[in-house]
Design a protein around this ligand. Structure first.
Ligand SMILES: [Zn+2]
Length: 485
């Protein structure tokens, strides 16, 4: 596979310099100045400014000779949040490959066009987040890459899809929708590039090719190509980047590469303006990506790297430590008084086994102490508990793969506990005659996971009385912190 790719590289080597020279930094600059002008009001997701940006990109792709994808450039979608529905649109064009078989395989070159809209200051002024580097730069690049590829169609065997994504800043909404709702068929996409912030080449001193090792020999090929274009590769990597539009593609097992000149611009600030960008730099990066597209479209095979496939197939559980604090009480349903809640504590281990994109199993083994306070004194138990929870991810787009852990979830499940000790009013509990050692019940709650940390809030309720003769049902609420190994 390696040798085939290198041969392909040599075969198209003669076209490289031509491609680089054909990218006009003046036109790129015009695109960025238009997209990042105040009149587009920061291109907010679902806003008038966003629609104006969509119209501009559509017109430019058409003028560039890029064909509409499945009859239309505009591919609208509705994103349903918890409180609001947002209407957005991806803009998709393509340059059809010439090989009768390979033209049904796609290379996706994408860039998000939305940004953070604007804010109104206390004295009523509108401050626009123009997002020149983030990401008018990438959109300008894909329009011009599209123009060059449309003019060089005879060099393409596979087809190339140019995609401008909406709703990236709101959580990769457009690119996730594109993949999950078949706006492009994920099974036929062989590789994806996200050009997200490519306007600071000279200031950064090179480019990052994060995720290049997800393609078999992708790093070798792209590093060679970059140096032919006079570009220094500053960083690359084996993982798909989670916080740009590469993620939804990577989650489907598609090799996905983030091309990036770092956050040296005023990142996510109103000062991210068009006059700060390096336009010859964007032209150089565009030439590099266009050549990469030609080369990849001609490669005999395009496969995910073995490491990436292994990463995708990893079904091994993850393990972590957990620590919880909360309150517990006991419901004396046969008595005329309520016991007061007391402090509860847990410490132990948990495992997480992903079942599919949305569901995971999370069993735990923990020590816990809990109880309640009433007229006879404080009742406190010490137990080993085994809760087994089913987790439902509410943000599966960014959490489906094994290497991206950033998730909001709800969970619920049964538990079993064994009391190995306890006391009531200073005396040991009599488990032989009065109290029961075994307990079971349910718990549930919600949690947030970012990187290696989990924060969960849960409630639990027992189905079994502690006491053998009356009804004393434990319950409680816990805040728990998890740390994955
Ligand atoms: Zn961005």
């Amino acid at each position: 596979m390696k040798s085939k790719l290198i041969l392909a590289l040599m075969a198209v080597g003669c076209t490289l310099n031509a491609a680089a020279q054909e990218f006009d930094s003046v036109i790129i600059k015009q695109h960025v100045y238009t997209l990042a002008s105040d009149s587009l009001m920061g291109r907010g997701f679902g806003t008038t400014g966003g629609k104006m940006a969509a119209d501009y990109i559509t017109a430019q792709l058409e003028a560039a000779g890029v064909m509409p994808w499945q009859g239309s450039y505009l591919h609208p979608f509705i994103s349903s949040g918890i409180m609001v529905k947002t209407e957005g649109a991806n803009i998709i064009g393509w340059v059809e490959g010439t090989d009768p078989l390979l033209k049904d395989e796609y290379i996706v070159i994408g860039a998000h066009y939305d940004h953070l809209a604007y804010k109104i200051t206390d004295d009523g002024k509108r401050i626009v987040f123009n997002g020149a580097d983030d990401n008018a730069s990438g959109v300008a690049a894909i329009i011009e890459i599209g123009r060059w590829l449309a003019g060089s169609r005879n060099q393409l065997k596979r087809s190339v899809i140019l995609a401008a994504f909406d709703g990236e800043e709101a959580g990769l909404v457009g690119s996730s929708f594109m993949v999950q709702h078949n706006q492009v068929p994920p099974k036929k996409v062989k590789i994806m590039f996200s050009l997200d912030m490519v306007g600071m080449l000279s200031r950064y001193g090179g480019i990052d090719l994060n995720g290049d090792k997800t393609l078999e020999n992708g790093d070798v090929m792209l590093h060679n190509l970059a140096s032919k274009h006079g570009l220094t590769v500053k960083k690359d990597g084996k993982n798909v980047v989670p916080n740009t539009d590469t993620a939804p593609f990577g989650n489907q097992g598609i090799p996905a590469i983030h091309i990036f000149t770092s956050t040296v611009s005023p990142y996510h600030k109103p000062e991210d303006d068009a006059e700060k960008l390096d336009y010859p730099g964007i032209a150089a990066i565009s030439g590099f990506v266009a050549d990469a597209a030609v080369q990849l479209s001609n490669a005999e095979t395009l496969e995910p790297s073995r490491r990436f496939v292994a990463q995708q197939n990893t079904k091994l559980p993850k393990f972590g430590l957990r620590l919880g604090f909360g309150t517990s009480g006991q419901n004396y349903s046969n008595e005329f008084y309520m016991a007061k809640n007391i402090f509860a504590f847990q410490a132990g281990f948990y495992a997480k086994q992903r079942l599919n994109r949305r569901f995971a199993l999370q069993p735990e083994i923990i020590y816990q102490t809990m109880g309640s306070k009433h007229t006879d004194g404080t009742l406190r138990t010490h137990e080993v508990s085994i809760p087994v929870n089913i987790r439902l991810s509410l943000s599966p787009a960014s959490s489906a793969s094994t290497f991206i852990s950033n998730d909001f979830y709800i969970f619920a499940g049964p538990y079993y506990s064994y009391r190995f000790g306890g006391g009531l009013g200073g005396k040991d509990m009599d488990f032989d005659n009065t109290f029961r050692r075994e307990d079971y019940g349910i718990q549930g709650g919600f949690g947030f996971e970012i990187m290696n940390f989990q924060l969960q809030i849960s409630r639990f309720r027992s189905f079994r009385s502690i006491d053998r003769t009356t009804t004393i049902m434990p319950y409680g609420m816990m805040w728990t912190l998890g740390l994955r190994f």
